[in-house]
Ligand binder design. Structure first.
Ligand SMILES: [Zn+2]
Ligand SMILES: [Zn+2]
Length: 344
């Protein structure tokens, strides 16, 4: 079958790879109908996340069940399913606590041998282990490209807001309006946030945030701190989401939060960074970070999408064939796309 494989930093290729095979009773094989290209795929593309040459990339997917072991009971053969971006065993101590994102045996699709040696979803077919936890049926009326978001980007935006304990009537600020930040804006509004300040430098992204009900704030042409203070009686916001993905904006996040507020860091931090700990301490802030627990959120996220409270469809800027995936990576790398959906 055809799949998009990593070759060398800056080089991916469509190749013929072996067909996936069922090995365990709760495995399923999914015939992919749509897969997404994600910001974390770019880390692989550039060699910042090491993946073996010839490994298939991709972890956002929707498809139909092609075959499954006898213990798989989520959906029947031929039915539509969406996937979460990683697996979990369901029985380790982290899983029993409900912390599926910290599963001892968790494996991430399309991230090479270091993250579980699980081939990726930018392919015609995909082996899904622990499929009862990883897969969900796609409710009638939800398109493939919308369902694609539930097991990754939208689940991550949901995590950023729920992890922050946002309550109806709260105010919020979201730093970084990539797909995750824009989803966090939607979730914050759906959760009852009255004011959401959406901060970035890209005009199109600010405009989309405005359409989602946020107050757009240009990071450099305006003074975000002054704007947020002016609108909150000088107090700052209840919840700040840092969806940028490096430690740089943490200082701004700390400055925008009200006393005893919450900063929810959902972008991936790596290495060390500067945090104004003194100010965070003085303000009594709560800082929460980490990978999103999408398996725990995916059912709620689907309910909210089905009820019309969340709609990631505007984030899909490009539809391309799987065969065009190398060009799609170039395009995405130039930041000309928010979300590319690939169809085999
Ligand atoms: Zn992703
Ligand atoms: Zn586990």
């Amino acid at each position: 079958m055809r799949a998009l494989t990593f070759q060398a930093p800056g080089e991916v290729r469509i190749e013929d790879v072996p067909e996936p095979e069922l090995t365990r009773p709760d495995d399923a094989i999914v015939q992919i109908t749509a897969s997404g290209i994600c910001g974390s795929d770019l880390h692989i593309f550039h060699g910042r996340v090491p993946v073996e040459r010839g490994f298939t990339i991709g972890h956002e997917f929707v498809g139909t069940v092609l075959s499954a072991g006898p213990e798989f009971e989520r959906a029947g053969v031929g039915e539509r399913v969406l996937g979460c971006f990683h697996t979990a065993c369901g029985t380790c101590r982290a899983c029993i606590r409900g912390d599926y994102h910290r599963c001892r045996h968790g494996r991430t699709f399309g991230h090479g041998s270091k993250l579980g040696d699980l081939q990726g979803a930018q392919a015609e077919r995909l082996l899904v282990p622990n499929a009862n936890l990883v897969l969900r049926g796609v409710p009638e009326g939800i398109s493939d490209e919308v369902a694609l978001f539930a097991g990754d980007v939208l689940g991550t935006g949901y995590h950023a807001i729920s992890h922050a304990g946002l309550r109806a009537g709260d105010s919020a600020a979201v730093l970084g309006l990539g797909p995750v930040g824009l989803c966090a804006v939607q979730v914050a509004r759906a959760a009852g946030a009255t004011q959401v300040f959406a901060i970035d430098t890209v005009a199109d992204r600010l405009e989309m945030a405005r359409r989602f009900g946020a107050v757009p704030v240009h990071l450099t042409e305006e003074d975000p701190k002054r704007t947020v203070r002016a609108a909150t009686e000088g107090l700052g916001v209840d919840v700040v989401v840092d969806a940028v993905g490096d430690p740089g904006p943490l200082a701004l996040a700390v400055s925008l939060a009200r006393d005893a507020g919450v900063v929810s860091g959902i972008g991936a931090y790596a290495g060390k960074g500067e945090v104004p700990l003194g100010l965070a301490w003085l303000k009594g802030l709560t800082l929460r970070t980490g990978l999103a627990n999408v398996i725990a959120h995916v059912d709620r996220v689907l309910e909210m999408v089905g009820a019309g409270l969340l709609d990631p469809a505007p984030l899909v800027t490009h539809h391309m064939a799987l065969d065009e995936a190398p060009a799609a990576y170039e395009l995405y790398d130039r930041r000309e796309a928010l979300k590319v959906v690939l169809t085999p």
